[in-house]
Design a protein. Structure first.
Length: 134
């Protein structure tokens, strides 16, 4: 199943299903609920050609896109394969990001309508995640 993040609205499209976080409308049948989060039920979910897991935090109003494949890079996160694909898909440049730390970058607000979009890297596991705040 393909996943698409819509930058100019707070939406994520998963095949034919629309998750609209701006209006707080998404089909709950697609998720497993636990105390603190909703986890997307479907397996084989892909974004930017990588396997991902989709998690929604109840308390922080955040969607987490967890990339399953390890990714290593030079200098900072903008040099990773995942961020290169993200920039290509949405026609962005390095100047559209704020490098807060070599392992954390944020997309500048003028490039999206989410409250905030961050990418972070866990050096212990080599995993990259994207956080979409709504």
């Amino acid at each position: 199943m393909d996943c698409k993040v819509v930058l100019d609205s707070k939406k994520i499209l998963v095949d034919r299903d629309e998750l609209n976080f701006g209006a707080n409308i998404f089909p709950m049948s697609l998720f497993e609920e636990d105390v603190s989060s909703y986890r997307f039920r479907k397996i084989d979910l892909k974004y930017l050609s990588d396997d991902i897991e989709l998690l929604i935090s109840k308390s922080s109003n955040t969607v987490y896109v967890l990339f399953e494949k390890s990714d290593f890079f030079d200098n900072h996160l903008l040099k990773s394969k995942i961020l290169k694909r993200f920039k290509k898909k949405y026609v962005l440049t390095d100047d559209d990001f704020i490098v807060e730390h070599p392992t954390k970058v944020s997309l500048k607000k003028k490039k999206h309508n989410w409250d905030e979009i961050n990418f972070s890297y866990d050096p212990r596991q080599g995993d990259i995640s994207m956080s979409l705040y709504f």
